[in-house]
Write a protein that binds this ligand. Structure first.
Ligand SMILES: Nc1ncnc2c1ncn2[C@@H]1O[C@H](COP(=O)(O)OP(=O)(O)OP(=O)(O)O)[C@@H](O)[C@H]1O
Ligand SMILES: [Mg+2]
Length: 192
């Protein structure tokens, strides 16, 4: 089943002498459950493409369909809800809220949505990510690998249609990086 369809996507930043064509007529489709890597030189537009897929920034032209929904046909309010519920984002730097503990960081997208936390899913994620003994810890009390596992949990908590990771191992040593890729593959198989 087709999950993601990108049609003739272009993104131009700036204008005149500052004009940058970051994406130039990109089209691709991705099936549900597929694990896909996007590879390219620095500045080739990988982050820009992920931002366009995730509804983080608006394309100059072209369309993105996620689970049949025309992402940019939605008004801003719908787009914000869509982003919270359907898209999980993981970055190189974990972007955790420093004053919230592990459980609070993971459940943040649900709380922002003013919905009830699914305790069974939370417990399942804590176990999957090996964070059961770290539930009450603040980000600065965690190792880099543990912090990135928290951000994986946060990205998965709302059972999003798609998980987007932008160089998720970039700030980790090779063993922790390996561990994160293993977890992403595992969650890909488990949650499709
Ligand atoms: N907000 C912006 N304003 C202007 N230009 C931008 C902006 N964001 C990105 N660019 C430019 O768009 C191009 C693509 O950037 P992007 O961040 O998508 O590359 P990337 O493939 O993710 O690179 P890296 O591997 O270094 O992360 C680059 O030339 C970059 O300078
Ligand atoms: Mg990038």
């Amino acid at each position: 089943m087709e999950l993601l369809r990108i049609e003739h996507l272009s993104k131009i930043y700036g204008e005149g002498d500052n004009k940058v064509v970051a994406l130039d007529d990109v089209s691709l489709t991705i099936e549900k459950g597929e694990f896909t890597a996007i590879i390219g030189a620095s500045g080739s537009g990988k982050s820009t493409l992920l931002h366009m897929i995730g509804g983080v920034d608006i394309p100059t032209s072209g369309k993105v369909f996620l689970d049949g929904q025309d992402v940019y046909a939605q008004n801003n309010e719908k787009l914000a809800i869509f982003r919270r519920r359907q898209v999980g984002l993981i970055y190189q730097f974990h972007n955790l809220i420093p004053t919230l503990n592990v459980v609070e960081n993971i459940t943040l997208p649900v709380l922002m949505d003013k919905r009830k936390v699914n305790q069974a899913r939370l417990n399942e994620l804590l176990a999957l990510l090996g964070l059961n003994q770290r539930k009450d810890h603040l980000p600065n009390q965690l190792s880099g690998g543990q912090q990135q596992r928290v951000s994986v949990g946060r990205a998965l908590m709302n059972a999003p249609a798609v998980l987007l990771a932008d160089e998720p191992t970039g700030s980790l040593d090779s063993q922790n990086g390996h561990e994160i890729i293993k977890l992403l593959k595992l969650s890909n198989r488990k949650y499709g």
